[in-house]
Design a protein. Structure first.
Length: 256
């Protein structure tokens, strides 16, 4: 009976963590480029009640791993030419002031006062040849970005555009190995492998859509279904603990 008590406790712990993941998914349903996650469970070590295989009794449940859903999110149109969405595989590469590279699917970019293309964190968006910077920050009137990532600026009184550079995308041997950071960023790990960078549309990389943003891929209906299932599982585990406690009380009363 003590065994069922501890099995119920493991279920409470696992479902508490699962509810946290569901809550995080729902909270980020409007976050640009967000990828939802799910909690994967595994049974704990079993104890044999017989002398041969097939007579094992489980010892509860544990969290095995957190899996991220890398499916494409829906594309939403915007009025900003530097808002970019990736159609297909790949990540934008951004670099902080210390030279550290990060990767993101959130393409909310703009040109700062020095003419650099940056994200909302102020990190510089990387091109095939490094930083992307306007040569004329005062005279530029418009920007165009092709599906191949080529940025062209247009100045007052000139019909000919000036090529600023080409945005680079990064792909990985295993997206599931990327470590999630805050502010829509990811970083590499041994499990993800090294980044392979190149122009959009090359070597399996997706193309770009200007005036567009990739939205969160979280499905609210699915998350609400998971929430109900997790809540019921939590309640059932609590019932197991209550029932185990009642049986223990009955055993203790036999002595009286």
């Amino acid at each position: 009976m003590i065994k069922s008590l501890f099995s119920g406790i493991t279920a409470l712990q696992a479902n508490t963590q699962a509810m946290g993941v569901i809550g995080d998914n729902i909270a980020n349903v409007g976050t640009t480029g967000f990828k939802g996650s799910r909690m994967d469970f595994a049974n704990l070590l079993s104890q044999s009640v017989g002398g041969y295989s097939g007579q094992e009794v489980g010892s509860g449940v544990t969290v095995q791993k957190l899996s991220r859903d890398w499916t494409q999110g829906s594309i939403q149109s915007t009025s900003n030419a530097t808002d970019l969405a990736i159609n297909g595989n790949g990540f934008f590469v951004v670099m902080d002031e210390n030279g550290n590279e990060f990767y993101t699917r959130a393409g909310t970019f703009h040109f700062d006062k020095e003419g650099y293309l940056v994200d909302n964190n102020g990190y510089k968006v990387q091109g095939v040849d490094g930083d992307l910077q306007l040569t004329d920050t005062t005279g530029t009137t418009s920007i165009s970005i092709s599906s191949a990532g080529v940025i062209t600026s247009y100045s007052t009184g000139s019909t000919a555009g000036t090529e600023v550079g080409t945005i680079t995308l990064a792909t990985f041997p295993c997206n599931w190995g990327l470590a999630s950071m805050d502010r829509n960023l990811y970083t590499t790990t041994d499990a993800s492998g090294e980044a392979s960078t190149g122009a959009p549309g090359s070597a399996g990389k997706g193309s770009l859509s200007s005036y567009s943003l990739e939205m969160s891929n979280v499905d609210l209906a699915s998350e609400f279904g998971k929430m109900i299932t997790t809540q019921r599982s939590y309640q059932a585990a609590a019932k197991v603990i209550t029932a185990s406690d009642e049986v223990l009380q009955q055993l203790l009363s036999i002595k009286r």
